[in-house]
Design a binder for this molecule. Structure first.
Ligand SMILES: *Cc1c(COP(=O)(O)O)cnc(C)c1O
Length: 404
């Protein structure tokens, strides 16, 4: 019997009951705008910021409309302006170069390793070209953060972390998002907490935090924030910082607060599923699992493997054969972007030289979402299907002598 998987790769869990109850309370009182508070009331948004700052162990947090908005705001808050080059990953998703373009700056792409992290040698060569690095922990793969920070500090390059895939993750015991000057998170449905849309920005520098809060559209109501710098920091920036509205509202914050309390548990559940996929795909000829360094604390909300140096047609066959059995794989090697799998050469508003070493890795990256609606047994089944289909195509290639 041929096994098939029938689950949905895009179906998340329901919002926890505490989030539903809190959302209904906000809807009933009607004060959805974060600065619309009754006398003595503290808004859900301000509380969310306070709780996320405490969770991350940083003094300042700002909740905003999206992860992409958080990144553009971070770039503005550290002083990136029109025409400035900004370093970023060649392997990431479209909102990352999009945030750089949003502030009129110019992405300079840095290559990717077989570990799916930023290539630190390529970065070393390109550090003199820019003052800021927007570092994307794409699909939760974290590079050697100590080495990266030492390199960037020595070169005077400010680091902004894109933690859309690393909320709850860490490097060497320190939370992802707390290494750089700013950490940016997404609360969009496919990330680690779900309010449909939303973003969180964290920082430890009072001036950066004050500018971010002013930028987000706080008018002169910044004293209603809890995880914010002292008034003196706002005095320094308030007349010079434009209002570029992108606030979060109390409804989303209400939905998110209970999810933050569950984050640790959810991360463990993701990692159990990720582990089942790894176990089921160990030792498949032609299939390379991604090495995870010991210092990395992962959140396995997605899964990647490499079909390195395979012919395009063979990878396409694997994807098609898995799809026929209900397993949705995304391939970053296709010549045309499909769904979210665009890559540095799809972003043609940037004039970028070819990156052959990176192209080789991208051509092999196969990617899969792992929503928590999947059981451990679902993940074992998915692994059996991938193992069988990769095996079948690999054997056919070898038999034909074409070399996969
Ligand atoms: C989703 C995502 C973002 C931005 O998040 P939005 O909230 O959708 O704007 C940034 N970086 C990466 C890698 C993402 O996947």
């Amino acid at each position: 019997m041929t096994e098939r998987f029938t689950g949905s790769f895009t179906q998340q869990e329901q919002i926890p009951q505490a989030g539903i109850d809190a959302a209904l309370a906000v809807l009933r009182h009607g004060r959805l705008h974060r600065y619309n508070t009754a006398p003595g009331e503290i808004s859900e948004t301000a509380l969310l910021e306070q709780e996320f700052a405490a969770l991350m162990g940083v003094p300042y947090c700002l909740a905003v409309a999206s992860g992409g908005y958080a990144m553009a705001t971070a770039l503005r808050a550290v002083g990136v302006g029109h025409g400035d080059p900004v370093l970023s990953n060649a392997f990431t998703l479209a909102p990352v170069p999009g945030a750089i373009a949003a502030v009129g700056a110019v992405p300079v792409f840095v290559g990717v390793t077989e570990g799916l992290t930023i290539d630190l040698d390529d970065l070393a060569a390109k550090l003199p070209l820019a003052r800021v690095l927007l570092l994307s922990h794409m699909r939760g793969h974290i590079c050697d953060m100590e080495r990266l920070m030492a390199m960037c500090d020595a070169a005077g390059v400010t680091v902004i972390e894109d933690c859309a895939h690393t909320m709850g993750a860490a490097w060497a015991g320190r939370a992802s998002g707390t290494y750089g000057a700013v950490g940016c998170f997404s609360c969009q449905t496919y990330k680690h907490v779900n309010s449909g849309e939303g973003g969180l920005l964290i920082a430890s520098d009072p001036d950066i935090a004050a500018r971010a809060i002013m930028l987000s559209g706080s008018y002169m109501l910044y004293d209603r924030h809890l995880a914010s710098p002292p008034p003196a920091a706002f005095e320094r920036v308030k007349y010079e910082t434009p209002n570029i509205s992108g606030r979060m509202d109390n409804l989303r914050a209400a939905i998110l607060r209970p999810q933050l309390r569950d984050l640790e548990t959810q991360c463990t559940r993701w990692n159990d599923r990720h582990g089942a996929l790894c176990d089921g795909l160990t030792g498949v000829p032609g299939l390379t699992l991604i090495d995870r360094p010991e210092q990395e604390r992962i959140v396995g909300s997605s899964f990647q493997f490499l079909l390195l140096d395979w012919a395009d047609a063979a990878v396409r066959q694997v994807v098609a054969r898995c799809a026929a059995r209900g397993v949705e794989l995304k391939w970053f090697g296709a010549s045309e972007p499909v769904g979210f799998t665009s890559r540095y050469d799809s972003w043609r508003y940037v004039d970028t030289p070819a990156m052959p070493a990176t192209d080789r890795i991208l051509a092999g990256i196969v990617d899969m979402r792992v929503p928590l609606t999947f059981s451990i047994e679902d993940c074992a089944l998915i692994a059996r299907i991938i193992r069988a289909e990769v095996g079948a195509v690999w054997q056919a290639q070898s038999a034909a002598g074409t070399g996969a």
